[in-house]
Design a protein around this ligand. Structure first.
Ligand code: NG1
Ligand code: ZN
Length: 533
């Protein structure tokens, strides 16, 4: 049973700021760290309830604000298989977070227990982790209070990347079953990934060292821990590893900086030589951007779309070589932000689906394929192998040595790839493995297709909710008439494409445009922005 008095007593230590409204969005709760104390306490309570609802299976809580500035923080729940919180519970999260007083909170908790039909006699188990933000310890203390109040059994995973927390949840809940995901420890994660990587690249030529921009975040710890395990198979050269320097996190570095500004982090300027590859993680190491310096000393970016093209192409070839192409269908999932050239390249080779922005949409669409490759252009993505496909890979009997080799590569890929969520460390090893197999440098990978010049701008509007879309956000249905005007502008720009949608994470409307040449893409973006404003 719930100890309502205990909940009330602790809740009084974590009052909700009177005038704020919180919303559990695509990235969980995310805002200034200074106003998150009550939210963390209440998320602790909800995590306990969610675990009870699911028979005492372990639920995860990750405290991070990813690529956002250091003064922000956030929190999201991880469901029992390591995936994002089931959508129907997002509303419960918002309800608890917005209860004005302790009495209202108690009422809201009782309402959730009733409506979700939670059996309170079940145990509650929660594992949590946080990134390196200075606000983390205090917020975790508030979370701990919530978990204690709800009577949960607590496991503190410490400072970890977001994907490691997802890994731990899945590993804990599958322990001792036939679906065991790996040892339920941080070391278990590093062992699993590095082992699979070394098997995949065995016998391949050792690549040149890889520069890794760690965004001065938790990814630095992960890179330092996995490096020795990779040994000679891959040499990593970490940069931007100052996790305790105030203000350094995501500042002029990291995956979001690279993608948004299409520029090399200044701190890497003297380190990346012509021809050399580098990559940037974001603040919680779930996004990855690659880049290299070409022979004319130009910075070239290899984003999530390029990763999808590289990886999907490789998997399709392996499936064919293993003679499994009639039972294993590979597909790709993108959003409207995918570069038009990438969509064209991929669609000529395999099925491609476009879904609305937000990882949950991509993830769910990818689950529909036997092998579903999904990446957002910003570098968040992974590959999912359906249970049926994993069974086929495990039991298929190859009839030639070539089939056997391809099959083993596919099996190792299922181990290397973090299938719970996009994972910069896992994706980085995946890219490196494919580059080694293809004998590609950055230049050859980049040449798979040529990006269309593009421009993303944000527009502050009075009411972003006035902007409503359909067809995976590619068409505006409201305000009325606006889409026709956009279409007119698009027609007047060679190779033009543009769409407008309200952001799910910021109070802005985003305008995306691409065209055959850079000046046209810029012009189109600003003209469409002019219509929106
Ligand atoms: P919004 O703010 O809804 O555009 C942004 C990213 C998404 C996704 C979410 C969650 C762009 C254009 N949008 O969403 O891809 O990563 O944040 O973090 O990159
Ligand atoms: Zn992130």
């Amino acid at each position: 049973q719930l100890q309502l008095q205990e909940i009330a007593r602790l809740s009084n230590n974590h009052p909700k700021p009177a005038h704020l409204r919180y919303q559990y969005g695509t990235a969980g709760f995310r805002t200034l760290a200074s106003v998150l104390d009550s939210v963390l306490f209440r998320v602790g309570i909800l995590a306990g309830l969610r675990s009870r609802k699911l028979d005492g299976k372990t639920i995860g809580v990750m405290v991070t604000a990813s690529h956002n500035p250091e003064e922000d923080n956030g929190v999201k729940l991880v469901d029992t298989r390591g995936e994002m919180l089931e959508a129907s519970w997002e509303a419960h999260a918002s309800t608890l977070a917005n209860a004005a007083t302790t009495d209202d909170l108690i009422e809201a908790i009782e309402a959730v227990v009733r409506s979700a039909r939670i059996d309170l006699s079940k145990p509650a188990r929660v594992v949590y982790g946080r990134d390196t933000r200075p606000s983390g310890p205090a917020l975790v203390a508030a979370l701990d209070d919530g978990l204690t109040a709800v009577g949960a059994e607590i496991r503190n995973a410490g400072v970890v990347t977001t994907p490691i927390l997802h890994y731990l949840v899945r590993a804990i809940n599958t322990k001792g079953t036939k679906d065991a995901y790996g040892d339920d420890s941080e070391d278990g994660y590093y062992d699993k990934l590095s082992g699979a990587f070394k098997r995949l690249v065995a016998g391949k030529q050792t690549p040149s060292p890889l520069i890794v921009d760690c965004a001065n975040g938790v990814g630095a710890d992960a890179i330092n821990k996995i490096s020795p395990q990779l040994g000679e198979s891959l040499k990593l050269m970490p940069h931007n590893t100052s996790t305790s320097t105030p203000g350094a996190l995501n500042n002029s570095c990291g995956a979001d900086y690279v993608k948004t500004l299409q520029r090399l982090p200044p701190s890497l300027a003297n380190h990346l030589k012509a021809g050399q590859r580098g990559c940037s993680l974001d603040g919680d190491a779930d996004r990855l951007m690659y880049f290299y310096i070409d022979e004319r000393n130009q910075f070239r970016m290899l984003d999530g779309d390029k990763i999808a093209a590289l990886v999907a192409g490789f998997i399709v070839d392996l499936v064919k070589t293993a003679n499994l192409d009639s039972n294993v269908k590979v597909g790709v999932v993108q959003t409207a932000y995918a570069n038009g050239s990438s969509t064209k390249y991929l669609a000529e080779r395999l099925p491609v689906r476009c879904v609305p922005t937000g990882v949950k949409h991509l993830h769910h669409a990818a689950e529909r394929f036997d092998v579903g490759v999904y990446f957002e252009a910003n570098g968040h993505g992974t590959v999912l192998f359906s249970p049926g496909t994993q069974e086929i890979l495990a039991t298929h009997e190859p009839t030639t040595p070539a089939q056997s080799t391809a099959l083993n590569h596919l099996r190792n890929l299922t181990q290397l790839i973090n299938q719970t969520v996009g994972d910069a460390i896992s994706d980085m090893l995946l890219v490196e493995a494919v580059l080694a197999h293809r004998s590609y440098s950055g230049l050859e990978w980049d040449s798979l297709y040529v990006d269309l010049p593009n421009r993303l701008v944000k527009v502050v509007v009075e009411d972003r909710h006035a902007f409503q879309t359909e067809d995976a956000e590619r068409v505006l249905v409201s305000p009325k008439g606006l889409q026709n005007k956009i279409d007119d502008l698009v027609r007047r720009h060679d190779g033009g494409r543009s769409f407008v949608r309200p952001s799910g994470t910021e109070d802005v409307v985003r305008v995306y445009a691409e065209a055959a040449i850079k000046s046209q893409a810029d012009e189109l973006a600003f003209r469409v922005a002019g219509l929106v404003y």
